[in-house]
Design a protein around this ligand. Structure first.
Ligand SMILES: Nc1ncnc2c1ncn2[C@@H]1O[C@H](COP(=O)(O)OP(=O)(O)O)[C@@H](O)[C@H]1O
Ligand SMILES: [Mg+2]
Length: 279
C-alpha cells in the first residue's frame, strides 16, 4: 500500500479543458518526488487533490489505501500537508504564532501541545524571532517559511509543496533545499513538490513525474528523465546546465560521467583532466 496514490484521476474546471487526464501517480514512503511541467500542465490541480481541496470527478485519490472523501478530510489533512505556491493564500492570522497554531488547534489538541508544536515548527524553520510579527508585513521568503511552519505543526507524514522556490532569492532557495532534504533524511518524511525549475530537481528529488496538458508524460529517476532532452524541450523545459554540458562533452569524446551536481561535475572533470587531488 502506498502513502498516496491516484488512479485514473481526471478533473476539469468549469468551462475548461481537462486539467487532469487519467493521472496515475504514486508516492511511496520516504521518497522525494518532483512533479515537473510547464505552466498549465496540471501540477497545482493534482496537488489540490492530494489533501482533498478538490475531490475527484473521475478516478480516485487513495491516502494510505483509503479513498479521499468528504467524510475523511480531517484525517487526510492531518496526514498530508500542502504548502501552496502563494503564502498569502495560506497565512491569515494576525500574528505568526497564531497562524502556526491554527492547524494544530483545529486538530483539537490541548493548548500546551499546540504551543509545543508551534515552538518546534518555528525552531525548525529558524523563525522564532518572527513569532509576534504580523505575517502580512513579512518578506516573501519569511512568509514562505511561516506557511511551511504552519503545515509542519500539523506533523504530517507527507509534505506537499507547490512551486516552493517561487519568489525566493538564491539564498532562500538554498536554505529551503537544505531544510527539505533534512526533513526527508532525519524524519523520513515523504516530500512531493512541483517546479518548472529543473535545477531544483537535481538538488531535492529522488524520482520525477513529468506532466503536460493534464497527463503524466513520463516518470523515472532523475537520470532517466534528464536523459530525455528532446522530450523536455518539447514541453518547453530545459535540462539543467551541468548534465547538459557533461553530455555535450561526452558526445565529443570526453571520458566523463554524466554529473548532476557541481560537486559531481568537479570530480568528473578533475579526473578527466588528471588534476592533482585536492589537498
Ligand atoms: N481555478 C481554476 N479555474 C479554472 N481553470 C483553472 C483553474 N486552475 C487551473 N485551471 C486550468 O487548469 C489547467 C491546469 O492548471 P494548473 O493545475 O494550475 O497547472 P500548473 O500548476 O501545472 O501550472 C490550466 O489549463 C489552467 O488554466
Ligand atoms: Mg501551478
Amino acid at each position: 500500500m502506498h502513502l498516496i496514490e491516484t488512479t485514473h484521476l481526471s478533473y476539469a474546471y468549469r468551462d475548461s479543458v481537462r486539467a487532469l487526464d487519467d493521472v496515475n501517480f504514486v508516492a511511496p514512503r520516504n521518497v522525494r518526488i518532483a512533479v515537473i511541467g510547464p505552466n498549465g500542465a496540471g501540477k497545482s490541480t493534482l496537488f489540490r487533490h492530494l489533501n482533498g481541496i478538490l475531490l475527484p470527478q473521475e478516478g480516485q485519490v487513495l491516502v494510505r489505501g483509503e479513498p479521499v472523501t468528504k467524510k475523511n478530510l480531517k484525517e487526510v489533512r492531518k496526514f498530508v500537508g500542502v504548502v501552496f505556491q502563494n503564502p498569502d493564500d495560506q497565512i491569515f492570522a494576525p500574528t505568526v504564532e497564531q497562524d502556526v497554531a491554527f492547524g494544530p488547534t483545529n486538530l483539537g489538541l490541548d493548548e500546551s501541545t499546540v504551543m509545543h508544536r508551534v515552538d518546534e515548527a518555528l525552531g525548525l524553520l529558524g523563525i522564532e524571532y518572527l513569532r509576534h510579527r504580523a505575517p502580512h508585513h513579512l518578506s516573501g521568503g519569511e512568509k514562505k517559511r511561516v506557511a511551511i511552519a504552519g503545515v509542519l505543526a500539523m506533523e504530517p507524514d507527507v509534505l506537499v509543496m507547490d512551486e516552493p522556490t517561487a519568489g525566493l532569492d538564491p539564498r532562500g532557495r538554498d536554505d529551503l533545499v537544505r531544510f527539505v532534504n533534512s526533513l526527508a533524511e532525519k524524519y523520513g518524511m515523504t516530500v512531493i513538490f512541483s517546479t518548472h525549475e529543473l535545477e531544483l530537481v537535481t538538488a531535492m528529488a529522488d524520482y520525477i513525474y513529468v506532466m503536460d496538458q493534464g497527463k503524466i508524460l513520463a516518470q523515472g529517476s532523475v537520470q532517466e528523465i534528464f536523459e530525455q532532452e528532446e522530450m523536455l524541450r518539447r514541453i518547453r523545459l530545459d535540462v539543467p546546465v551541468i548534465p547538459k554540458l557533461c553530455r555535450a562533452l561526452r558526445r565529443r569524446g570526453a571520458a566523463l560521467p554524466v554529473a548532476y551536481t557541481v560537486e559531481e561535475a568537479e570530480e568528473g572533470l578533475a579526473a578527466a583532466l588528471a588534476l592533482p587531488r585536492r589537498s
